[in-house]
Structure formats: C-alpha cells, structure tokens
Design a protein around this ligand. Structure first.
Ligand code: FRU
Length: 511
C-alpha cells in the first residue's frame, strides 16, 4: 500500500516536473530577474561567442558556443537559434555537437550558392559551416586546433560533418576561429583565422571550401596584450560617399581597453589577397569601450543593399563563469548596424542599434518635466541630443533603487563618456565587475548625442551617433526602476531645473 502510494506520488511529481520543463515557446521560462527580453540568451546552460551568423531564405541564423550539459564552459558545441527580425529568436536543437572528444569551437557559415563544395543537393544552395575542431590536451599530448567543415541541406536543421575533415591542420594548439566569406574581387572563398599567440591573422583562399591555400598574413599590430581570437574581415560603406573600406576586427583576451577581453579593429583596403592597414600599426582602435562585447561577428548572406549587422557575446572572460544568472549563463549583444564615418581623427567604425528595435517600442514617456521618474520595467531606450556648452558634466542614473544605480554620463572637462556600474546592484561576484568605464570623446561642437538601450541586465550606450559604443552587463535589484538626471555647471554647481529633452521609450519583451 505504502509502496503503491509512493509510486503514484513519484509519478505525479515527475508529471509536474515535466510540465514545468520550459519549452522553446514557454515565455515564463524567460522571465527571470536578469533575463534579457530582446537580446538572445539560451533557454538554459552556458553560451559564449556567436558563431556562423548567416541570413538564408528569410531566416537569420545565430549559432553560438554552447555547453548542452551545464552552465559552465565545456563540451563546446554549436547551439542554434533562428529569427525573422533579429529580436524574436526561436531556439532549435544543437546544430553541431562535440563528438569523439573534439569540441566545436567558433567559426562561420556561408551559403554555397553555386555548389562549389559539391555538398549541395537538388540543384539548390546549401549551408556550409567552417569551424575549429578543438581536441583538448591529454597527458603528455598537447591540445590540437584544426579547421573543419560541415554542411546542411535543410536550412540548418541537420548537419553532416565532412568525412575528410580537417581541411586545415598546422599541428598547432592555438589556431582558431575561421571567418569565411565570398571574395567578389577574386571570385573565391576567403578565410581569416587567428594565430592567437603570434598576434597574427592568416588569410587563406579556396575554390571549394575544402582545399585552402595560404595567401597572406596580418600582424602583429595595434594591441597585443593577450591572445588574438575571433578575427573578422568585412567591407563597409563610407558614409557620405560611394566609397568603401575594409575593417579587420580582432578579439584580444586579455588586454582589452576596459580590462579582460576586448576587441580592436583596423581600417584599410583589401584587394582579395592582402589587407593593408590605412593607419600606422601602432594605432589601436577599439570597437567598444565597455567590458562586455567580445567575439562579435557579422552576418554572411545579407543582400548588397543591406547595412552589415554585427552581434557580439555580451560578456568578459574575467567573470563569465560567475555571472549570477540561472538557468542560463551568457547572452548576446543587440544586433548593430555598421558603417564607417570620416571624423577629424580619421575613418572610424560607427555602430547603431538595428532599426527593427523601434518595433518593440510601447509607450513613450515624457522626460521633459521630471528630473527623476520611475519606469515599471527595466527595458527601455533613452535617446538624448543636448548642447553641453556650459556644463562640466551631465549624467543619467539608471536602474535606481535606494543608493544603487548605474550611471551613463559625459565629463566634458575630461572629454570622456562614462558608464559606472560600481554600485549598480549585484556586483560582488568578481572584483573585476564593479568598475567605471571611460571612452574618449572630444566633441567637434558642443552637442552630445547618446542612445542608451537597457534590457534588464544589459546596458548599451551608443554615443556621438554611434562612434563610441560601450556595452556592459548590470545586475540591478528587483524593482530598480528609477531614472534620474543631473548636470554640473562649469563652475562646479549642481544645475537645477528640468532635464534636457530626451525621448524615452519603454520596450516590449520579445518573449
Ligand atoms: C573566444 C574563444 C574562441 C574559441 C571559443 C571557445 O571567446 O576563446 O577563441 O573558439 O572561445 O569556446
């Protein structure tokens, strides 16, 4: 009797548990305190770099470094999600699992329109993923990193690893993160891949994605404080002209501008074989002055008339394993629209939130009358354009609760935009987390523009029309809804009165 009762309780409990298992469509499973509402995060477990970003047949594909078994780095595989607008994501089963002790590290995906690879069936284009296979060190045997390919003939739902992998093997422990694209100039595939310890990017070319020939190298140059990882090479329009330039972006870990992982970029020309830096190799340009934008990747497969779009991992290796989130750990940045602008310092990368973000706007909040207000949600966009001529400093305290908040501001006397998250809520999980970050910004005139996007645990700042980007995680307490404005005049006095006009939009959840 007792035994039967026990069984039925166990059965009931298991039913209840199963019922509570979140599904990809279960919005409740995305409603945790720190869960971003329109930035991608996996339903559960660990993620790092975005991988294989590609647009194909109406879908944006986001593959991502994923541990299917837990919330720490390990068993690296490619997770998979698709979206039609880059905001609403549907998570799909793991695309490329770790197999035979070989982990699937970062890489890219291309659409093989003309079946150059021979992998495509039925006269239709297919998807080809190019990734690093990582075999961990074992005993006296060193780790091995090689480049490999896999293909899919069903819009990325199932994948086959090429039988003759690897396609590139230099017998090195550090040789990773291939980004492949079709070179229009040379009518062939081009790969940029990192030699992390040599601070070099090596370029390869191939007619068929299987046979690769080394064609050039770039580096060392710029910042070399850590390993070079996740290289990217893409062409961007130069605003106000019909001209273009190429950007070579390189991840650096550690040695980033705000500590830990960060990314630098070089602006130059690419003739299909060599990348030539337009600037002296001693010049370092940073893609982001926050702590949390790493291994950003652009989408392959976008039509020519579309602005290139980039997504990064919103995290830093300094504390990625300690983030206070569950049942997931790791999230992506907002997709950013990219271009180049000629500034008084030279040609610089411009990043702005994708236009589609406006589709999530709900109510517009009038900020003109209040220096302080409360929003009932921690997802909003605040856009300000303001003349700061007579001000020493101007700032917005966000996610305020009691004496905790994150500040975004501009210090005109120092010529810096800053984000201070030192007292922004939960910060104690790593000494590298509570910090004030600064980015140099000497305004051409005296008008400051800031576009700030907050999504529960993320705070992204696009300053001066997108010339400066600062991406940072924050972990505010429940109910941290306050928003306050302050400014300090040239003579050091706190200015009273209404804040400058700004548009403040509440943003809806994409779940
Ligand atoms: C960067 C990185 C890559 C590597 C991947 C492994 O964050 O170290 O170089 O491919 O993570 O997960």
């Amino acid at each position: 009797m007792h035994r039967r009762l026990f069984i039925s309780f166990a059965f009931l409990a298991s039913l209840m548990l199963r019922g509570a298992q979140p599904s990809a469509h279960d919005s409740a499973s995305y409603d945790q305190l720190y869960r971003p509402q329109f930035h991608f995060s996996p339903q559960k477990h660990w993620t790092n770099d975005p991988n294989g970003l590609v647009f194909f047949e109406g879908e944006y594909h986001l593959f991502f470094q994923y541990n299917p078994f837990g919330d720490q780095w390990g068993h690296m595989s490619w997770g998979h999600a698709v979206s039609r607008d880059l905001l609403h994501w549907k998570e799909l089963p793991v695309a490329l699992p770790e197999e035979h002790g070989v982990m699937i590290f970062t890489g890219s995906t291309v659409i093989d329109e003309r079946n150059t690879s021979g992998f495509c069936k039925g006269g239709k284009p297919c998807m080809v993923a190019i990734y690093t296979g990582h075999t961990p060190a074992k005993g006296a045997k060193r780790a091995l990193e090689t480049q490999n390919v896999a293909y899919s003939n069903d819009r990325g739902r199932t994948w086959t690893k090429y039988r003759q992998n690897p396609i590139l093997d230099l017998h090195l422990s550090d040789f990773r993160d291939p980004k492949v694209f079709w070179s229009q100039q040379k009518k062939r595939w081009t790969m940029v891949v990192a030699l992390p310890n040599q601070h070099k990017v090596r370029l390869y070319a191939s007619p068929n994605l299987k046979r690769w020939t080394a064609i050039s190298e770039f580096g060392p140059a710029g910042a070399v404080g850590g390993q070079w990882e996740c290289p990217e090479l893409f062409e961007l329009p130069l605003r106000g002209s019909t001209d273009t330039r190429w950007v070579l972006k390189v991840g650096l870990n550690p040695g980033g501008v705000a500590g830990g992982s960060g990314e630098q970029y070089f602006v130059g020309r690419f003739d299909g074989q060599h990348f030539k830096n337009d600037n002296p190799s001693s010049l370092t340009l940073w893609t982001d002055y926050g702590k949390d934008c790493y291994c950003a990747l652009t989408f392959n497969g976008l039509t020519k008339n579309r602005s290139p779009v980039m997504i990064g991992w919103m995290d830093n290796w300094q504390y990625a394993s300690k983030l206070p989130t569950a049942p997931w750990r790791g999230q992506m940045t907002l997709p950013r629209k990219l271009s180049l602008r000629r500034t008084s310092d030279g040609i610089r990368l411009i990043q702005n939130p994708l236009d589609a973000l406006a589709s999530l706007r709900s109510e517009r909040v009038d900020l003109n009358l209040n220096a302080s207000l409360a929003l009932p949600e921690r997802a909003f966009q605040l856009s300000v354009t303001h003349d700061v001529k007579h001000l020493r400093e101007i700032g917005w305290k966000l996610l305020v609760k009691d004496d905790a908040y994150a500040t975004v501001g501009y210090d005109r006397s120092k010529g810096v935009v800053f984000v201070d998250r030192a007292r922004s809520g939960q910060t104690g999980f790593s000494p590298a987390f509570p910090q004030r970050m600064e980015a140099p910004l000497h305004l051409a005139g005296s008008v400051l523009s800031l576009d700030i996007v907050v999504d529960r645990s993320s705070l992204e700042v696009f300053a001066d029309g997108g010339r400066i980007t600062m991406t940072n995680l924050v972990f505010p307490a429940e109910g941290a809804y306050g928003l306050q404005f302050y400014s300090i005049s040239d003579d050091g006095n706190l200015v009273t009165g209404p804040p400058p006009p700004a548009s403040l939009w509440r943003l809806r959840s994409a779940h």
